[in-house]
Design a protein around this ligand. Structure first.
Ligand SMILES: Nc1ncnc2c1ncn2[C@@H]1O[C@H](COP(=O)(O)OP(=O)(O)OP(=O)(O)O)[C@@H](O)[C@H]1O
Ligand SMILES: [Mg+2]
Length: 222
């Protein structure tokens, strides 16, 4: 919900688990089509394709990931399992095909449900902001480097925007982001709305005539 103001700059926005599941299914279809195109051209990933055939890279942002794993009753359990499986597939295979995952939330770990540990293991980098709840820092960095955890815990409240960042090289850094207010971010999203690719462009870019079939997105179903 909190990303709704930026909708003009987003190709798709899902705010319920049902919508999210449809969107993940569509992304997996796109991923499959990209995989097939790479296989036909005997390349390992989309970055080895010639510029003209390279599909549009996708960044998938999941805010408040715990919401996806909350279950009130048995009926929701199946939906949660399918969501977790879809996210895991994208995390495992997506990067080579230009589908990148950014997950955010607190305490992202096994108590959210089965599948989350496997998902965590696929995530190449971590960003830990200052948090009031020390357990969140432990979940984010504790399995990586005790010094990184100590650095994250010592970020003072008067330094918002400072974070501890780890990358695929296994090293960690203290980083500080420039402050962008919600209002400024909304303005930027609107100013660059014309650069937002449509779903059809994302789904078919670089793939010539191979149009993937839509699972849930009406725009590509049409
Ligand atoms: N780079 C920055 N510099 C200064 N302040 C920042 C910066 N980034 C965020 N803030 C401030 O930090 C606060 C928390 O930001 P935000 O709501 O994005 O955090 P969050 O982790 O998503 O919180 P929640 O868990 O409630 O969703 C806000 O008041 C925001 O203005
Ligand atoms: Mg938030």
């Amino acid at each position: 919900m909190e990303l709704s103001p930026y909708a003009p700059r987003l190709t798709a926005l899902a705010t319920t688990r049902g919508e999210c599941l449809d969107l993940l299914a569509d992304l997996i279809t796109v991923m499959g089509a990209r995989m097939l195109a790479c296989r036909q051209l005997a390349v390992r990933d989309i970055w080895q394709l010639p510029d003209a055939s390279r599909p549009i890279p996708v960044v998938l942002l999941v805010d408040e990931i715990a919401e996806l794993f909350l279950t009130a009753d048995k009926a929701e359990k199946d939906q949660v399992t399918r969501t977790a499986t879809a996210l895991l597939r994208i995390a495992q295979l997506g990067r080579a095909f230009g589908i990148h995952l950014v997950l955010s939330g607190q305490r992202i770990g096994s108590d959210l449900g089965p599948g989350v540990t496997a998902l965590r293991a696929q995530i190449g980098g971590r960003i830990c902001h200052r948090v009031n709840d020390p357990e969140t820092a432990v979940r984010t960095l504790g399995d990586l480097d005790p010094d990184a955890l100590a650095a994250a815990r010592s970020i003072p409240p008067e330094l918002p925007g400072v974070a501890v960042v780890t990358g695929s090289d296994g090293r960690w850094y203290r980083a500080r982001s420039g402050y962008v207010s919600t209002h400024m971010a909304e303005q930027v999203a609107t100013a660059y709305a014309h650069l937002t690719p449509s779903w059809a462009q994302v789904a078919t870019s670089g793939l010539g005539h191979r149009l993937p079939k839509a699972a849930g997105n009406p725009e590509i179903a049409a």
